[in-house]
Design a protein around this ligand. Structure first.
Ligand SMILES: O=C(O)CCC(=O)C(=O)O
Length: 273
């Protein structure tokens, strides 16, 4: 599965790269062509029955590993804009660690996602991990856009565990975001359908509830640098997929030190095999 792809063409200007490093996110409108957008929307429609069977009429639902369910999602994962931008931001070896679609329920004031960072869900030996999101619908604050705290990715990972030590998937210390919210240090990642957004794994973010009568669907790929070795969390089926380059079989730590790995992670069925 570790296929190599064609050479990545840079798509971000120096200013965009600098803005990402400073703020922790980018919004690139109109990245998908009309046929590409139609393809991923149709692919999402094809999963609608599954979404509803998971309670999607009432709450936000995420379906994982979608590249194996619909060809259009595999094609979008290999979109030249995704590859080009990701290589510029985290290097040549792009390890796909999640591929999912998020649906917000329509017109219920539901579906908000609490303040969190993505990194604590899948901690890695370094912070070169980002989410590339294709907006499948016109996305506004009203229908559930993602809201970010600019620059918060520089603060490092925050506590997402409760007082019993249980991982709860949201910031458990309101002080981590309260003053930004009070001071309006906030940015909404809004854009027309077909836009591509990128956000850093340590970016603090929230998503608004859907107050509208239009859907808000997001196709989210979590991509890590090949030398960011997983420390915990879930393995998804996409784990062996490299979108560009290949597995360097080393772990790089935040201090720059490198540990060679004995072999790529693989399930060998236990110690005896
Ligand atoms: O709906 C989205 O844009 C993404 C939801 C979210 O907060 C996340 O995946 O971390």
């Amino acid at each position: 599965m570790a296929e190599r792809t064609a050479t990545a063409e840079p798509i971000l200007s120096d200013d965009q790269v600098a803005s990402y490093r400073e703020n922790g996110y980018l919004v690139l409108p109109d990245v998908l062509s009309a046929p590409e957008l139609a393809g991923v929307r149709a692919a999402a429609d094809a999963l609608d029955e599954e979404r509803l069977s998971r309670g999607g009429a009432e709450r936000t639902v995420a379906i994982h590993d979608v590249i194996f369910l619909q060809e259009a999602f595999m094609a979008a994962a290999r979109h030249p804009a995704l590859i080009g931008a990701s290589v510029q931001l985290i290097g040549e070896n792009l390890h796909l660690i999640q591929a999912r679609v998020h649906w917000k329920p329509i017109a219920k004031g539901e579906g908000a996602v609490a303040w969190h960072q993505d990194y604590p869900f899948h901690p890695l030996t370094n912070y070169d991990v980002l989410a590339v999101t294709f907006l499948l619908d016109d996305t506004s604050v009203q229908n559930g856009a993602l809201q970010a705290i600019p620059g918060s990715h520089k603060r490092g990972p925050m506590n997402h565990h409760d007082t019993d030590g249980k991982f709860v998937g949201r910031c458990t210390n309101a002080d981590d975001y309260a003053s930004d919210v009070a001071n309006g240090n906030l940015y909404d990642l809004v854009g027309p359908a077909g836009s591509m957004t990128i956000h850093h794994g340590n970016l603090l973010h929230y998503t608004h509830p859907n107050h509208s009568d239009t859907p808000r669907r997001a196709l989210v790929y979590q991509i890590a640098a090949g030398d960011a070795a997983l420390l915990g969390g879930n393995f998804f089926k996409v784990w062996p997929v490299y979108l560009h380059g290949s597995d360097p079989e080393v772990a790089r730590f935040e201090d720059g030190s490198i540990q060679r790995l004995p072999q790529p992670f693989r399930n060998q069925g236990g110690l005896d095999s």
